[in-house]
Design a protein around this ligand. Sequence first.
Ligand code: CP
Ligand code: NVA
Length: 316
Amino acid sequence: MRTLRISLNSKNILSLRDLSSAEIRSVLKLASSFKKDWQARKPRHLLPGCILGMIFEKPSTRTRISFETGIFQLGGSPIYMGINDTQLSRGESIEDTARTLGLYVDCIVARIYDHHNLEKLATFTSVPVINGLSNSFHPCQILADLLTIREHKKKLRGLKLAWIGDGNNVCNDMLLGCSKIGINMVVACPKGYEPLRHVTELAKEEGTRTNAEITITDDPKLAAKFADVIVTDTFISMGKDDEKMSRDAAFFPKYQVNSNLMSLAKKDSIFMHCLPATRGKEVTSNVIDGDASVVWEEAENRLHVQKALMYLLLKN
Ligand code: CP
Ligand code: NVA
C-alpha cells in the first residue's frame, strides 16, 4: 500500500497544527484501509511489541477503549495510568514523569486538562505523544469526524460545516481540520464562548490556501442554513461543571440542535457529535437518534484513525 511509505513530520500530535493537509489525507486513507481489514477480520500486526502508555487525568469511554483496542489490534499492548496511579498525584514533576515514561514505552496518549502541561510532557519525553483531549484541542476526534464526513459525502472540499454551541476544544481542532482540508466552517456560539482567537486566525489563514471560508457568528440559523454537516458538543465540557448555571443560561435553548434547526440544512445533511451527549440540552433525542445522525460511525472511526496515527508515528 502506497500510504505505508509516508511518514509524519511532527514527533507529536497535540493538535491538527501538527499535521499538514497532505498528512491528514494520508491518515484518512490509511484509516480506511485499516477499517476494511478490520471489517474483513484480517489481522494487521504492524506494531508488534509496541507499548502504548496512556495517562488520563479525566474520564473517557471512547478515547481510552479505542486506543487500547487499537494497539492490541496492531500487535502491541497498552498501559493505562489513571489520575492517581502515578507519582504525578504526589507532586512528581511532569518533566521527570515524561523522561521516565520515555524509558519504557514507545508512545504516549495523554488526556490532560492544561494544554501547556501536555506540551511540557511532549517536550521532555523521548517518545511520540498523542493528545487524547486537552482543554484546548482534540485532534483524534476531528480525524475521525473527517473520515466519517468523507464516507457520507464522498468528498470533503467545498462542503459547509456548521458548528453550533460551545467554541471548545473539539471546535478548535475542527477549525484547523476544516480549514486545512477546504471545508467551509461556520461557528455559531454565544458571545464569550468563541473558539480560541489564535486558532480562528490560523484557520482563516489556512483557509486562504484551500478556499475554505471560516465564519464566527452568534446566529445558529445562519450557520445551519444549507449546511452539509451540523455538529455540536456538550455545553459543559469536563472541568467546567462549576459554570453549569451560566452556561445553561447562555446556550439553552438558542443553541440546541433540534429538528427546526436541522430543517434549515441541506436535505441530505448529517448530524455529528463527539459524545458523550446530553439529550434535551445541546441536541434533542429525535436528532441524535434520527436518520441524519452519524454519531456511532464517528465513534467507530476513532479506532481506525488512531490506528493509522499510531502506525505512522511508530513504524520506524
Ligand atoms: N469523544 C470522546 O473523546 O469521548 P470520551 O470522552 O468517551 O473519550
Ligand atoms: N468538549 C468535551 C469533549 C468530550 C469528549 C469535553 O472536553 O468534555
